[in-house]
Design a protein. Structure first.
Lengths: 124, 170
C-alpha cells in the first residue's frame, strides 16, 4: 500500500501539465448556484404575481415555464461571464465558493418546491 | 406495434436521453471518485481524464436534451387545454390531482437545475484536465455537484414516470 502511495505521488508529478488558478472554477460553481436560485426565484415570483406570470409567458403552448427557464438560464450565463471576469486570475478558494453555491442551490430548490411557492399564490 | 409522434418524443425525452444521462453519470462518477494519485499511474491519469471528460460532457448534454425536449416539445401536449390531455385528466379526478399540483409542478421546475450543475462539473473537468488530480478539494466539490445534479434529475424522472403511469400522453 505504501508503495502504491509513493508511486501515485510520483506519477502525478510526471504529468507535465501547467497548473491553473482556482478562480474560474470558483466562478463557475457560484454561477451554478446563482442559476439555481434564479430558477427557484422566478418560479415563486410567477406564483406570487399574476403580472410576472404573464410577463414570463414567452410562448403560449409552454406558458410561464418558458420565461422561467429562459430567464433562469440567461441569468446563470450572464452571472457566469461576470464572475469569470472577476475571478479568472484570482486564487478564490473553492470551499468558500461551494458553501455559497450550496446555499444558493438550496434556496433554488426550495423556490421550486410546490408546497413552498404555492403558499405565495394570491388568495382566490 | 407502432408509436405515435407524441409517444416517440416521450420515449426520446424519458428513455433515450434518460439512458444516455445514466451512462454519463456512471462514467463520470467512477472517473471522479477514482481520480486519486494513490490509485493511478501518470498514464492512467491521462487515460482516466479522457474518459472522465466523456462521461461528464455526455451527462451534461443529455441533461440539457432532456429538459429542452421535455419543456418545449412534450410539456405543451401535457398541458393542452383539451379534456384528454394528461393535465386535464389528472385535474378532473380529485384522487389524481396531486400528481399535477405537486408532482408535475415540482418536476417541471426542479429539473432545470440539473443541467446547470452538470455543466459546472463538465467545465471543471475540462478546465483542469489531468491536473484535476492535483486538486483534491475541487475534485470532491465536482463529485458533490455531480451527485446533486443526478439527484435532482432523478426526482424529475421519477415523477415523470409516475405521472405518465397515472395519465399517459397518447
Amino acid at each position: 500500500m505504501a508503495s502504491n502511495i509513493q508511486a501515485g505521488a510520483a506519477a502525478h508529478d510526471e504529468l507535465d501539465v501547467v497548473d491553473k488558478p482556482e478562480g474560474p472554477v470558483a466562478a463557475a460553481i457560484i454561477a451554478g448556484g446563482v442559476g439555481s436560485l434564479a430558477v427557484g426565484l422566478l418560479t415563486t415570483l410567477a406564483e406570487a404575481s399574476t403580472s410576472i406570470k404573464d410577463t414570463l409567458n414567452f410562448y403560449d403552448p409552454v406558458g410561464p415555464l418558458s420565461g422561467k427557464t429562459i430567464g433562469g438560464v440567461l441569468i446563470w450565463l450572464v452571472s457566469w461571464v461576470v464572475l469569470h471576469m472577476v475571478y479568472r486570475d484570482k486564487a478564490f478558494e473553492t470551499r468558500r465558493a461551494l458553501t455559497v453555491a450550496l446555499v444558493l442551490i438550496g434556496l433554488g430548490i426550495l423556490g421550486t418546491f410546490p408546497i413552498f411557492f404555492q403558499a405565495f399564490a394570491p388568495a382566490e | 406495434m407502432s408509436l405515435s409522434n407524441r409517444e416517440m418524443w416521450t420515449l426520446i425525452h424519458g428513455m433515450v436521453l434518460g439512458a444516455v444521462f445514466l451512462l454519463g453519470f456512471a462514467g463520470g462518477l467512477e472517473g471522479l471518485y477514482s481520480l486519486r494519485p494513490q490509485l493511478l499511474s501518470a498514464e492512467g491519469v491521462r487515460d482516466r481524464s479522457r474518459r472522465l471528460k466523456l462521461g461528464v460532457v455526455t451527462m451534461a448534454v443529455a441533461a440539457w436534451g432532456t429538459v429542452i425536449t421535455g419543456t418545449w416539445i412534450v410539456y405543451p401536449w401535457y398541458r393542452d387545454p383539451g379534456p384528454e390531455s394528461p393535465r386535464s385528466v389528472l385535474l378532473a379526478n380529485p384522487d389524481l390531482a396531486d400528481w399535477h399540483h405537486f408532482g408535475m409542478e415540482w418536476k417541471e421546475h426542479v429539473a432545470w437545475i440539473s443541467p446547470i450543475l452538470a455543466t459546472v462539473v463538465a467545465f471543471i473537468v475540462i478546465y483542469y484536465g489531468p491536473s484535476l488530480i492535483r486538486h483534491d478539494r475541487v475534485r470532491k466539490t465536482a463529485l458533490l455537484l455531480f451527485v446533486l445534479s443526478f439527484g435532482l434529475a432523478a426526482i424529475a424522472g421519477l415523477f415523470g414516470a409516475l405521472i405518465t403511469k397515472a395519465a399517459p400522453l397518447v
